[in-house]
Write a protein that binds this ligand. Sequence first.
Ligand SMILES: Cc1ncc(COP(=O)(O)O)c(C=O)c1O
Length: 343
Amino acid sequence: MIFIGSRQVTVPGAMFWRVYRFPRYRLISLPTPLEKAENLGRRLGIELYVKRDDVMELALGGNKARKLEYILGDALAKGCDTLITIGAYHSNHARLTAAAARKAGLDVHLVLTPPGSPEPQGNLLLDMLLGAEIHYASSEEEATSMMEEIASRLKERGRNPYIIPVGGSSPYGVLGYAAAALEIMQQLRSMGVEPGYIVHASGTGTTQAGLILGLKLLGAEVEVVGIGISRPLREARERVSRLVGEAAKLLGVDVGLEPEEIVIMDDYKFGGYAKITREVVETMKLAARVEGLILDPVYTAKALYGLMDLASKGYFEKGAVVFIHTGGTPIPFQKADIITKYL
Ligand SMILES: Cc1ncc(COP(=O)(O)O)c(C=O)c1O
């Protein structure tokens, strides 16, 4: 860290710059805003900031756009002409993959779960507008093997497909949030804020792995607190640890963490992935009514609930807290029937 006038500035170390050696296809303008949540912070008795990764110009934005910049960089460097990925029928990752493919002039196949004919709303409606070829599978495992089958069929026809694992969980996806770590630290430093924690919804673990890796390369002592929203704790920690290792290997740096060192809070799933209860909707209402902040009921509302509960237990004693709004803007429209039950 150095000082310019009275302002602290985060200067990346030599290892960090390796992140920028990888091809990146520009999808969004950065930095995204970092705003102080005065009202909510006061209520919780903490200094709270919100990193607005829901504010991006690509198809309503979200954390997947950062990952896709590096994933597309790799796909285009390999001469690929079609993206294939999987997700739930309300998947933000599927929507942003479709949008990124279109922006780069590529074809796109999405394998969504579960089958049936869900109402074309929210992300699914946007997938259709984007003209993605949509296939259905009944589980993540089945969807994963369907991706392989689609890729083989395309190769037989002389195409060059690129498979993106669930949620963009590849080492290239991790690089997107390693780069975001520097962006966040620079914004905080220029505001004169001493951060203690970054809190966000953790699903495939890619966002968390990127933040951890980026902060390590910067030598920043900030705790990354993932709020688990889908996978069992052990699997979630192992995924983050594996992704940190894979991305570190890609960068040629010596960073590794044991699964037990990864901080993931497991008490805020409210019955499991995409299960929506009264508490989840109450959190959406609170964020909207106190900060004018729109959350989604699958990821960001559960993450904020976790943050608020931890604050009430005095968890955040080391410094300011940054909540990453990871996106999900279309999901409330897709889940309107459940949300309106608790309004
Ligand atoms: C809005 C939102 N927040 C958080 C996540 C979780 O991110 P990650 O898969 O990188 O853990 C996702 C991904 O599914 C998401 O769409």
